[in-house]
Design a protein around this ligand. Structure first.
Ligand code: NAD
Length: 492
């Protein structure tokens, strides 16, 4: 769709006419051609969102009316699940079934915020004075720049778009330049559901200068970003100039701690999924296996055996269990990361070289890879590969397990496996990560907040807090029978 920029209710091409090809990472086929927006397009989208917000048209809708809009969008997402799943798998190379799970989660996100909007109310306070009413109200924060990554393209932007609409904001959506197709479809559904022109604006484009426009313009009130740490740091610095509120969902280096008394069959099965689901391109991937010394050999041997069996393939391959990496650039980064790990002393047990069989050679495939003998001084333990690489560390005591789990600049998620409830409680309390799973790995609920401690970000998405991010708080004090204060003497 070469007119993929949506501003003030109209689809149009980039101002300079530039386009970008989207190619399947599974086999290189052309899946879409979209507008390649530039700074002028971003500025036009900001103008549209600002005019829309300042008109008060949408922000004056009642919470109930906005809740109805969100429910309509959820229904449209459910209606179009096949179309959207195909678009998502086309851009990302992930299996259709995984894209369908994602669309179901997106719809659940809209329903969650529809319910929050319906339940929303101001807080009436006891002023302590008979003639005074005092209340705290929640107003839309204004114009929002919503910037998303490529790994869960539609899901990650839905965590921003749904609360922005629930709150009554106007926004500029910028999906990843690698995976814009489902964002384009979502905007069509928002239009179909009846959002006024100018509320939802979409710019497809790439590059730091283009992105900076969305985070520096004084007409933007709030930036919500999901992506890598370097981009997140840049956004905070850029947004500081205009004192914008910024919410960041960044990377993770997530510990998966297995004690010797765990149900090992289940723990190993989940460890394999945690590390290799979506070929490791998951912010909460369990990429750090931290295992109690006596069971190290047993656990690692079994994970290696399981890793060798994982079948790779594109969306059209119904036997595939996971797909390709997103791009050639990303594949090269994963290879460099692995080489660095090995040069630091990590021991390669399985995987490690890109797939070159005839079936996989046209895509960006990298096999499940396990590095043993790792420790926290290594780059491969500290930094995200965002690929299918699992590092293994050992521990001897619960104190050591907790210390290792927290020995990272990140703090997104982690897990602990043990049959001892007291041990699990202590570890889950002391891990400094935004989500901790006990004897499980991966589930999340739209009703529960998602986000990171430390360098994994600030703010929270989903839950109730995910709506608060899009609201300004105002205290309104009304004196119904004003009299003089008498603070200063009136000598006349
Ligand atoms: P990225 O930082 O490269 O890009 C993310 C988005 O930022 C893209 O849309 C990109 O075009 C845009 N961008 C680039 N430069 C910009 C600038 N100067 N200003 C504004 N926007 C700019 O990240 P990615 O490679 O797309 O995504 C992978 C990363 O996302 C990983 O680190 C992963 O852990 C993280 N992630 C985190 C979560 C979470 O919930 N915490 C979820 C998914 C992904």
């Amino acid at each position: 769709m070469t007119s993929s920029i949506y501003i003030d209710g109209k689809w149009r091409p980039a101002i300079d006419g530039a386009t970008r090809e989207i190619r399947s990472p599974a086999d290189g086929t052309l899946v879409a051609t979209v507008s390649d927006g530039k700074i002028a397009d971003a500025l036009a989208a900001i103008s549209s969102a600002r005019t829309s917000f300042d008109s008060g048209l949408f922000s004056s809708w009642s919470w109930k009316e906005r809740s109805v809009l969100l429910t309509k969008i959820a229904l449209l997402l459910e209606r179009d699940i096949e179309i959207i799943a195909n678009l998502e798998s086309g851009d990302t190379g992930k299996r259709i079934i995984e894209s369908k799970y994602d669309v179901a989660d997106v719809s659940a996100t809209f329903r969650h915020f529809a319910k929050l909007a319906l339940d929303h109310h101001d807080r009436v306070l006891d002023s302590g004075l008979p003639n005074v009413t005092s209340k705290v109200t929640y107003e839309p924060i204004g114009v929002c720049s919503l910037i998303g990554p490529w790994n869960y393209p539609l899901l990650q932007i839905s965590w921003k778009v749904a609360p922005a609409l629930a709150a009554g904001c106007s926004f500029i959506l910028k999906p990843s330049e690698l995976t814009p197709s489902t964002a384009i479809h979502l905007i069509k559904l928002i239009e179909e559901a009846g959002a006024p022109a100018g509320v939802a604006n979409l710019v497809t484009g790439s590059g730091a200068a283009f992105g900076d426009t969305l985070t520096t313009d004084p007409r933007v009130d709030f930036v919500s970003f999901t992506g890598g740490l370097p981009t997140g740091k840049r956004i905070i610095i850029k947004a500081a100039e205009t004192v914008k509120r910024v919410a960041l969902e960044l990377g993770g280096k997530n510990p998966n701690i297995i004690f010797a008394d765990a149900d090992l069959d289940v723990a190993i099965d989940f460890a394999v999924t945690a590390a290799f689901l979506h070929s490791g391109q998951v912010c909460s991937a369990g990429t750090r296996l931290i295992v109690e010394r006596p069971i190290h050999d047993q656990v690692v041997q079994e994970i290696v055996r399981r890793a060798k069996q994982i079948r790779l393939g594109g969306p059209a391959d119904l036997t595939a269990e996971t797909g390709p990496l997103i791009s050639e650039n990303h594949l090269k980064k994963v290879e460099e990361y692995l080489a660095k790990g090995i040069s630091e002393g990590a021991k390669l047990l399985v995987g490690g070289t890109r797939c070159t069989t005839e079936k996989l050679s046209t895509g960006w495939y990298f096999p499940p890879t396990v590095l043993d003998d790792c420790n926290t001084s290594m780059y491969c333990v500290q930094e995200e590969s965002f690929g299918p690489i699992l590092t293994v560390e050992v521990f001897d005591t619960i104190d050591e397990a907790i210390k290792l789990g927290n020995d990272t600049i990140y703090g997104l998620s982690g897990a602990v496996w043990s049959r001892d409830q007291t041990k699990c409680e202590r570890v889950s309390k002391e891990l400094r990560h935004g989500t901790v799973w006990v004897n499980d790995y991966g589930p999340y609920k739209p009703q529960a907040e998602w986000g990171g401690f430390k360098a994994s970000g600030n703010g929270r998405e989903l839950g109730e807090h995910g709506l608060q991010e899009y609201l300004e708080i105002k205290h309104i004090w009304v004196n119904n029978s004003p009299t003089r204060s008498g603070w200063f003497a009136d000598k006349n």
